[in-house]
Write a protein that binds this ligand. Structure first.
Ligand code: HEC
Length: 145
């Protein structure tokens, strides 16, 4: 009676890569060139993380910050009205906002007569951009599920 040594043949199947990561901060960072005409990212100590224009508010620490709360910036009245509700930027609502600022303001305020000063729509890669902005938001709350 021979001893059967069972040698499992391990099928070395490559682990199927999961679905592409929904958020890719590096892709968002590369895409920030589309925001630079109007936005800079400047740390509290004055370090330029991204040099950029001043048409729009500084986006440092934006995730976790109340909507329309950059002190030195004069916002339009619609986004200010949203800020007054106490709403805070998270990755989800920021991605929705940058995809179509006017449509987002309309939806949040339930008003068709909104005005936005942000005339740019970031139609592709908004989640990646939100992930990137979170990476430059040291005060952001830990990951939402
Ligand atoms: C043409 C100029 C312009 C471009 C390009 C632009 N923005 Fe803006 N953005 C603005 C302005 C102006 C505001 C203020 C909106 C208002 O007051 O209605 C704003 C507001 C914002 C806010 C809200 C900030 C706050 O303090 O609540 C976020 C977030 C934002 N922009 C992200 C982006 C991102 C990310 C990009 C690139 C994908 C981008 N913007 C591209 C002009 C721009």
């Amino acid at each position: 009676m021979g001893i059967k040594i069972f040698v499992p043949v391990l099928a070395v199947l490559p682990l199927l890569a999961g679905p592409a990561m929904a958020q890719d901060a590096a892709a968002g960072e590369a895409d920030f060139k589309r925001c630079k005409a109007c936005h800079a990212i400047t740390a509290d100590d004055g370090t330029d993380i991204q040099k950029g224009g001043k048409t729009g508010p500084n986006l440092y620490n934006i995730i976790g910050r109340q909507v329309a709360s950059e002190e030195d910036f004069r916002y339009g009245e619609s986004i200010e009205a949203v800020g007054e509700t106490g709403l805070v930027w998270d990755e989800e609502n920021l991605a929705a906002y940058i995809t179509d600022p006017k449509a987002w303001l309309e939806e949040v305020l339930g008003d068709k007569k909104v005005k936005t000063k942000m005339t740019y729509k970031h139609r592709k890669g908004a989640e990646d951009m939100a992930a990137y902005l979170k990476s430059v938001s040291p005060d952001a709350p830990p990951a939402e599920s």
